[in-house]
Design a protein around this ligand. Sequence first.
Ligand code: ZN
Length: 349
Amino acid sequence: MDKVCIFCGQPPKDKNKEHIIPKWLMKLTGTENKKMSVGWNWKEQKEIEFNFSSFTFPSCTKCNSYFAEIEALVKPTVEKILIDEFVETEELIRLLDWFDKVRISLWLAIQYHNNGTFKMEPKYFVNTRVALKDRMLVISNTYDNYKGLRWTGANTLFFIISPTCFTLKVNNILFTNCSSDLIVSEQLGFPYAAFERPNPNSNLTDFLILKGKYRQETKLFKSKLYQPNIIVSQPIFKVTKEISPTYYDNEYVKSNSYNFEKGQGKLFVTHNNLTYPMELNEEISFGDNGNKLTKHYKLNRPTLDFQIELLTSKKYNLDLLNEEQKKQHHESLKMIIEYTEEQLKQFDY
Ligand SMILES: [Zn+2]
């Protein structure tokens, strides 16, 4: 993997360094000078260790300064969530953008430090992946005294192949972030995919889109994740609206979108067996009255369980593949599932 800008994927212009873990987050969690494991070196079979302050990736000065503005705005939002204060819808949208950035940055950094092991050249960078697909943030307050920063789910084979889901613990808050094609659309009443059709002749994902159910489910996934929690999710249909415009052109989708033209659905909150949309001028607090998360929760298991659910629930149509390709598809899927299950056994804490 060549030295490219983490945001635009081009050779960095006026080279700068982007911190994968921003300085404000190191400060907030007291991790500026701590040596931490940031991932796994698969070839040498050992941890990749870094001081967060030197865990950086090349970037263009211009790309870097654009995201610096977002960082400055996200900091107070995270601080409010840590102490159960109310946050506004706009702040949550920006927080979801920020999580897209952190998730993809972490993935690019792990790819970079495993140079060549996976024989994958990243197809996308931060700029092309922020707010592109359905996304979700599960927030749980552990109300513990932990001060620090850790994450889970980024060392799995699942994440290396498809960086769609991980969990970040910032002091007393667990954030599980997930983004992938249409992962919450069906549950939120939007048009959804009957299946994904791998196309060997194209880099783009091929879907069959179905008409939405025009209602919101109160449970988005089988996995329980960390309990109790409040889930914020957002359907994003910029790309799929082009594929099936007629299914999107209706009152349900329009009234449940902030920007129909740009394909931005509203944020939906799922909590206490209810799912409802958030309006732009609303606020929400993630505090949970009395219903505290147990102090002996497991950090890894809920995230890895969820990754396995995402892997096993996806439907495929293999019509465009020949026999050999079909066999390969089944085998690689089986391998990723088995490997993730194995990791789950190994890191069951
Ligand atoms: Zn750039």
